[in-house]
Design a binder for this molecule. Structure first.
Ligand SMILES: Nc1nc2c(c(=O)[nH]1)N[C@H]1C(S)=C(S)[C@@H](COP(=O)(O)O)O[C@H]1N2
Ligand SMILES: [Mo]
Length: 185
């Protein structure tokens, strides 16, 4: 027979959180953007070929990454940026999002190049220095509304004209919309 204390101890064992594999124990919330590559800070383990279906679709795998929910991005501090490009209809758009420099700081980015990749596979590279020194935001809202998936969300890399060296006159070609992955290389 178990003593009373033995019984209590046995019951307590059930209350101790059991550490599953890295995948299951990562507590990262409703992720919208994941940063991979040459980074010093991470909050999740390896990509899983099945569970991480969109990464697999794009032939991306990783050992560690930093996964951001909307709340994680908001915790970095959101900035407002109003932008207009000639091919956009209507008035300038007021965006809100985390600064790319804040995201790169948070993940302790160590590389020199950043590739910003969208759900549709469209991807653009930037120098880390360019992103750190300019008004580049990873917008998650426009005009006070969350950017939706199917629209330009979950995130849209937004910056004013003239933000990178050699940016052709007022083109928005590097403003990647539907961003889900940022690779530091
Ligand atoms: N996800 C995603 N973002 C993208 C693109 C794209 O094809 N997919 N095209 C880029 C280009 S080449 C331009 S000119 C602008 C505007 O393209 P759009 O009119 O198709 O939105 O978005 C940029 N961002
Ligand atoms: Mo374009």
């Amino acid at each position: 027979m178990l003593s009373r204390w033995g019984l209590i101890a046995a019951l307590c064992l059930f209350l101790i959180p059991i550490h599953h594999d890295a995948q299951a124990s990562d507590d990262v919330g409703a992720v919208i953007v994941t940063v991979t590559g040459n980074i010093g800070e991470t909050n999740r383990g390896p990509s899983d070929p099945f569970a991480d279906g969109l990464f697999s679709y794009h032939y991306i795998s990783f050992e560690k990454a930093y996964a951001f929910s909307r709340e994680d991005l908001a915790a970095l501090g959101l900035k407002d940026l109003t932008v207009k490009y000639p091919n956009w209809p209507g008035e300038p758009i007021r965006f809100r999002g985390a600064l790319m420099s804040a995201i790169l700081d948070k993940v302790d980015a160590r590389g020199s190049t950043v590739r910003v990749q969208a759900l549709d596979g469209y991807a653009v590279e930037f120098d880390v220095d360019t992103l750190r020194n300019g008004d580049f935001i990873l917008a998650t809202e426009s005009e006070g509304q969350p950017l939706a998936v199917g629209a330009r969300g979950p995130a849209w890399l937004v910056f004013p004209p003239g933000s990178y060296e050699g940016q052709p006159e007022d083109t928005d070609e590097k403003l990647v919309w539907s961003v889900f992955h940022i690779a530091v290389e």
